[in-house]
Design a binder for this molecule. Structure first.
Ligand code: ADP
Length: 687
């Protein structure tokens, strides 16, 4: 039963000079009600034909039509059924048309009386998806058509609709004919086919056909008001959409403190929200040459560029964004001057290749800044088929999201730093607790001995002079041990805290070795020492270090070698040169050796093979830790080697060669500070 042409199309074929006008739904409702009211208020029995698109629209007006039907027996209501609307002849005639009839998209109301005639013939326009209308869709419905008091138009429209009514309900043919006889003059209709009608259009004056210009003006105002309302609604819903998107991105990225997750979520939400073909985000600094694309959002069918190296220094667009410190948009990459003069310009050429390989047609680049520091870039690509014009509000939205990403990245960075700091603090706290425990023990042991000795001396007046001497010597030895421990402890903490002022100078290594040897010998006057052989050549390049600390390292290594080597054993000091930049000093002994798995641990604070709490060889367990700190102070390395237990040990450390700035050559000894001068300086530091 369905017909192909709408009533409006048929009517416009008869009256080609009529121009359809746009009506909002609210205006049509007002007009329809006014027309119906005219029937209800009048004393005529007019022909009324109302076509409602769907049953649900008719339902709201059903009561009204029952009242209208009391005024006239020529009332016809048409609608596409949804529940129980069907062909019926009760108060008035109802016609249920097919679901695919063009009437489903039309809104008609015709009122034909003796003294008045009016008609409303409209067709609904399909909604425009790009308008982003999400709220109040019903009020935004738009129609196109004719509303007039012109009797001829109303009669033609009535005739077309009466034909449709009879098509659906042939049993109403007689009633429809009665309506025609009564309301539509026969000379006007001739053979009854509206498409073959000949209407004298020359007599038409569209503006004068409306009996009441005031009503016309009222409708115009109504329309204008409605239009403004819709515009306001649209901008409000666009704003709402923008805020929702910003909020959803912000909420999502604030849930994480992992920068990668933040960027992925942001790019995903933004890409989805704006419906772009491709959305990228990468981290970069202003000076970076390239960036790697690690986070992208892709719409269906768009090629991925994840993992690709993105040019930055050679990319004029990136450079422009950095310079402007603002977003940049390109509506059509095929004719943008920055990309078109590729021939003589290699960077424009490479950009063209990029545009081609990534199918970029419209481009937006938005920098992510935080406190003036560039953290990354957001890119939106539209890949066709046609270019798009980026709107200012789109740029503002992406800018707002870029700001949020910046904040989230900084928060994540701060959190990571905080975590690092926490770990360092925890480690420091553990070290402090260990130190307190070990230092406490180290100090208590000699202190108890001293206390016992002194108490015995004080309370035992009859003690033999020999025993008295032993007691005194023991107390003195332990007091010395305590002094050394405190001194080493202070030295180490001074070195570790970086509070040491290095006095770097050109030094004669041979001289420093001699000095440290004499120190060691002086300290071990009383005890027999193993044979110590100094194999350091006199003709060596000068080294660059702090002399006092160098002697300290040598003395500590020699002290250890003496401690852990029996008097039958042997100690050698050698210097070798494996690189033009540094010398390697080796202190080797034939003593008790070190297990291979302990070669690194010996440099830990308080490490002693016997265990921290069972020392027999004397020493503080801080010597090698101090040596490592000193050697790293001049940029050298220190390490131990040993074939294992009872196979002796070798301690090596490197020291930079002094380069004469004038000649750029290694310098050889001329004058360095005298050993006595060093001794004085060392004494000064130890105070
Ligand atoms: P200390 O010698 O005061 O105990 P160090 O830090 O100088 O402390 O040495 C740590 C540990 O390394 C020593 O206790 C010892 O176990 C081991 N060690 C150091 N030098 C030698 C060496 N020449 N031969 C064997 N073991 C050594």
């Amino acid at each position: 039963m369905s017909r192909s042409k709408s009533v409006l199309t048929q009517l416009l074929q008869i009256f080609p000079q009529w121009r359809p006008q746009m009506y909002f739904k609210a205006s049509l409702t007002a007009l329809s009600h006014a027309m119906e009211d005219q029937v209800l208020a009048g004393s005529e029995q007019p022909l009324v034909i109302a076509s409602f698109q769907r049953e649900r629209f008719y339902r709201q007006e059903a009561q009204r039509y029952r009242r209208i039907a009391q005024k006239s027996n020529q009332v016809y209501v048409l609608a596409a059924p949804e529940t129980d609307f069907k062909h019926r002849s009760q108060d008035y005639e109802t016609i249920a048309f097919d679901a695919d009839d063009p009437l489903t998209k039309e809104w008609h109301l015709i009122v034909l009386g003796k003294s008045y005639a009016s008609c409303l013939i409209c067709q609904e326009k399909s909604p425009n998806r790009n308008q982003g209308m999400t709220t109040d869709m019903d009020n935004n419905r738009r129609f196109e058509g004719i509303w007039t008091f012109d009797r001829q138009v109303a009669q033609q429209a009535a005739n077309i609709l009466l034909k449709t009514i009879v098509d659906y309900r042939p049993e109403l043919a007689e009633k429809a004919q009665q309506a025609r006889d009564r309301y539509i003059p026969s000379d006007f209709l001739q053979d009854g086919d509206p498409q073959t009608q000949e209407v004298d259009n020359t007599t038409w004056d569209v503006t004068n056909n409306n009996p009441d210009p005031f009503v016309q003006r009222l409708v115009t105002y109504l329309q204008a008001g409605q239009y403004k309302l819709i515009k306001a609604n649209r901008s409000l819903s666009a704003k709402e959409h923008k805020e929702r998107l910003i909020n959803s991105v912000t909420t999502a990225i604030r849930l994480s403190l992992d920068p990668d997750e933040i960027l992925q979520v942001a790019v995903q939400k933004l890409g989805e929200g704006l419906g772009v073909c491709r959305c990228l985000v990468y981290r970069c600094k202003e000076t970076d040459t390239t960036a790697t694309i690690e986070h992208e959002f892709l719409n269906q069918g768009i090629p991925s560029i994840k993992g690709q190296t993105w040019p930055l220094q050679e990319n004029p667009l990136f450079q422009e964004v950095v310079e402007l410190r603002d977003a940049l948009t390109i509506d059509n990459a095929t004719n943008d001057p920055r990309l078109s003069n590729g021939k003589g310009n290699p960077s424009a050429q490479s950009l063209q290749t990029l545009v081609h390989s990534c199918s970029i047609l419209s481009w937006m680049l938005v920098p992510i800044f935080y406190s003036g520091r560039l953290l990354g870039m957001l890119e939106l690509h539209h890949c066709g088929p046609k270019p798009i014009s980026w709107k200012e509000e789109d740029v503002a939205l992406v800018n707002a999201i870029a700001t949020q990403i910046g904040v989230a990245l900084i928060q994540a960075e701060a959190y990571a730093n905080l975590q690092d700091l926490n770990e360092q603090l925890e480690a420091l706290d553990r070290t402090r607790s260990n130190l307190v425990a070990i230092t406490g023990h180290e100090l208590r042991t000699p202190l108890s001995t001293i206390q016992v000795c002194l108490e015995s001396l004080a309370t035992e007046p009859d003690m033999s002079p020999e025993l008295r001497q032993v007691m005194l010597n023991t107390a003195l030895q332990d007091a010395e041990r305590m002094r050394k421990l405190v001194q080493d402890f202070l030295t180490l903490s001074q070195l570790e805290s970086g509070r040491v002022e290095w006095n770097i100078e050109a030094l004669d290594l041979h001289e420093c070795v001699e000095l440290s040897l004499s120190n060691v010998r002086a300290r071990h006057k009383e005890t027999p020492l193993p044979n110590i052989e100094n194999l350091v050549m006199e003709e060596l390049p000068l080294v660059k270090a702090d002399g006092e600390w160098l002697v300290e390292v040598l003395a500590k290594l020699l002290d250890n070698a003496c401690k852990f080597t029996s008097e039958e054993g042997k100690i050698t000091i050698e210097v070798s040169c494996h690189s033009p930049h540094h010398l390697e000093v080796t202190v080797a002994d034939t003593g008790r050796g070190i297990e291979p798995k302990r070669l690194e641990t010996v440099f830990d604070r308080f490490y002693q093979e016997e265990g921290a709490l069972r020392r027999s060889t004397g020493g503080t367990g801080l010597g090698l830790a101090i040596c490592r700190q000193i050697v790293s102070g001049w940029g050298g390395h220190i390490w131990a080697e040993s074939q294992g237990k009872d196979h002796g040990s070798q301690f090596h450390f490197t020291i930079p060669i002094y380069v004469d700035q004038m000649s750029s050559e290694s310098a050889y000894p001329t004058i360095t500070r005298s050993p006595q001068g060093r001794q004085r300086a060392r004494g000064k530091r130890q105070k």
